[in-house]
Ligand binder design. Structure first.
Ligand code: FES
Ligand SMILES: [Fe+2]
Length: 423
C-alpha cells in the first residue's frame, strides 16, 4: 500500500501526459554530436547560476568562472554603484585573457579598482569601460568608448547571480516561473557559512542530476550510511517521495525527513548522537526569521513528514532546502559529453559555538561520503552507456524528474536542429 497519495491520474508520471511512460533513450548522454548541440541549444540560451552575491562583498570584488559549456571564461564583478556585471574575460586589444592568476585556466577571485591586461596593460573600469591604452597615439583613430569589455546579460534573484548569453531570452524571474519563485523569502542571506566541494566527474552532466532527482536508490546505494536495522527496514519498505511537481523546464521533489533529530537515537551512529547532526544537517534549528513558516513554495504539499525539497532549476542547478534550516546547491558544468565539473555548496547560518561548528562539519563530511558513492556509480554507468549496446531504459514513477529532464533536453535540442535545417 502506498504510504502517500499519488495524483488522481494514477501516477506522478501520468500527471504529465506529455512525458509518456515508455523507455527513455540515453543516447543524449553519450553522443558527442548531441553534446555539441546541447551546448548551443541549452547552455548558450538559458539562465545559468554562476554564484551568489556574498562572493562580491565590496566595490571592486570579482570572480571568474571557466565555462567550457558556453565556450568562454566569464568575469563577474561589482562596480562603484554596487551594480553586478558579467563580462567575457577577454581583452579588447588582442584577445588576451584578462583576469587570471598563475594559471590561465584556473578560476580566481579578488578585488581591484580596475582590470589591467597582463599583455600590454590596457585598463578597464569596473563597469567595463576602457580606461587606458598603452601608447594610445600609435593607434589609428581608436575610439576608446567602442572598446569596453564585452558584456553578458546578468540578473540577480534572491542573491543568486545568473548569466545568459542569449540576448533574446526572457527576463530571469519570468524564466524561473512560479515553481522556483515560490521559494522567495527564504533567509538565504542569513546562511553565509559555506562548505564547498568541487570535482571533475567522469559522466555526462545529466547523469548526476539523475542521481539526485530520485531518492529511491538511497536505501540501496547508500545502505552502509545507516545503522544496520534501519538500512534493512528501508529496503523492505522501499522508497516513495512525498510529492513531485513539474513546471517545465523546472521541477521539484519533496522527500520525508525525520532524521534530524531521529525519533529514536539508536537509529543513527554514535557520532551523530554526540554531535547532534548527520546527513539531514544539525538537529538544532538556527534561531532566525524566515524559517517558520517557510515560504509557500517550499514543501508545497505541506506534508507533516517533510524533510527535504529539491528544486531542479533548468538546466544545471539543484537547490535543496532541509527541514532543520539550511540549504544546499549543486551545479553540473559539462566539459565533454562524458565529463563534468560538479560543485556542491552547503550553506548554514554561521556557527556561534564550537558545538554548532562541529555539527555543521559533520553534516558536510557526511554529505561528501554520500556524494562520493554517487559519483563512483555514475562513472560505472557512463562507461557502459558509452558501449551503446543498450540505449533505452525503463524509468519508474519515482524517476519522473529524470524522465522530465531527458525528454526536455531532447526536445530542445531537436527544435534547435530543426531551426538550423530550416534557416
Ligand atoms: S592583449 Fe590586452 S593589452 Fe594587449
Ligand atoms: Fe545518492
Amino acid at each position: 500500500m502506498a504510504k502517500f497519495s499519488k495524483p488522481a491520474a494514477g501516477s506522478w508520471t501520468q500527471n504529465y501526459p506529455e512525458l509518456g511512460t515508455g523507455p527513455v533513450d540515453y543516447t543524449d548522454s553519450v553522443d558527442p554530436a548531441f553534446y555539441e548541440d546541447e551546448r548551443h541549444a541549452i547552455f548558450r540560451r538559458n539562465w545559468l547560476n554562476v554564484g551568489r552575491v556574498e562572493q562580491l562583498p565590496r566595490v571592486g570584488s570579482y570572480f571568474t568562472k571557466e565555462l567550457p559549456c558556453i565556450g568562454s571564461s566569464v568575469v563577474i564583478n561589482k562596480d562603484r554603484d554596487g551594480e553586478i556585471h558579467a563580462f567575457h574575460n577577454i581583452c579588447r586589444h588582442r584577445g588576451n585573457k584578462l583576469v587570471w592568476d598563475d594559471f590561465p585556466n584556473e578560476e580566481t577571485s579578488g578585488s581591484c579598482r580596475q582590470f589591467t591586461c597582463k599583455y600590454h596593460a590596457w585598463r578597464y573600469e569596473l563597469n567595463g569601460d576602457l580606461a587606458f591604452v598603452q601608447q594610445e597615439k600609435e593607434f589609428f583613430d581608436l575610439d576608446k568608448s567602442k572598446y569596453g569589455l564585452k558584456t553578458i546579460r546578468c540578473e540577480v534573484w534572491e542573491g543568486f547571480i545568473f548569466i545568459n548569453l542569449d540576448v533574446n531570452a526572457k527576463p530571469l524571474t519570468e524564466f524561473l516561473g512560479p515553481l522556483i519563485k515560490g521559494t522567495e523569502g527564504y533567509p538565504f542571506h542569513e546562511m553565509t557559512e559555506v562548505y564547498s566541494y568541487k570535482a571533475e566527474i567522469g559522466s555526462n552532466w545529466k547523469l548526476f542530476i539523475d542521481a539526485f532527482a530520485e531518492f529511491y536508490h538511497a536505501p540501496i546505494l547508500h545502505q552502509k550510511q545507516a545503522v544496520k536495522d534501519e538500512a534493512s527496514k528501508l529496503l523492505d519498505v522501499g522508497f516513495e517521495a512525498l510529492h513531485y511537481q513539474i513546471e517545465a523546464p523546472h521541477s521539484m521533489v519533496s522527500s520525508w525527513g525525520g532524521m534530524a533529530p531521529p525519533k529514536d537515537p539508536n537509529m543513527v551512529k554514535p557520532i551523530e548522537r554526540k554531535l547532534r547532526s548527520g546527513l539531514f544537517g544539525p538537529w538544532d534549528r538556527p534561531d532566525i526569521e524566515g524559517l517558520d513558516p517557510l515560504p509557500e513554495g517550499i514543501n508545497p504539499a505541506r506534508h507533516r513528514a517533510w524533510g527535504i525539497d529539491e528544486f531542479e532549476i533548468f538546466p544545471n542547478m539543484s537547490l535543496l532546502f532541509w527541514a532543520p534550516g539550511w540549504y544546499l546547491t549543486y551545479h553540473y558544468w559539462p566539459t565533454a559529453v562524458n565529463k563534468h565539473i560538479f560543485e556542491a555548496n552547503l550553506y548554514f547560518v554561521p556557527a556561534k559555538t564550537a558545538r554548532e561548528r562541529l555539527a555543521q562539519e559533520l553534516a558536510a563530511v557526511t554529505f561528501k561520503e554520500y556524494a562520493l558513492q554517487d559519483a563512483n556509480t555514475l562513472e560505472a554507468t557512463q562507461t557502459m552507456l558509452a558501449t551503446r549496446e543498450i540505449s533505452d531504459f525503463p524509468l519508474n514513477d519515482q524517476e519522473v524528474l529524470l524522465r522530465h529532464l531527458h525528454t526536455t533536453v531532447q526536445r530542445i535540442v531537436e527544435e534547435y536542429r530543426n531551426d538550423n535545417v530550416n534557416n
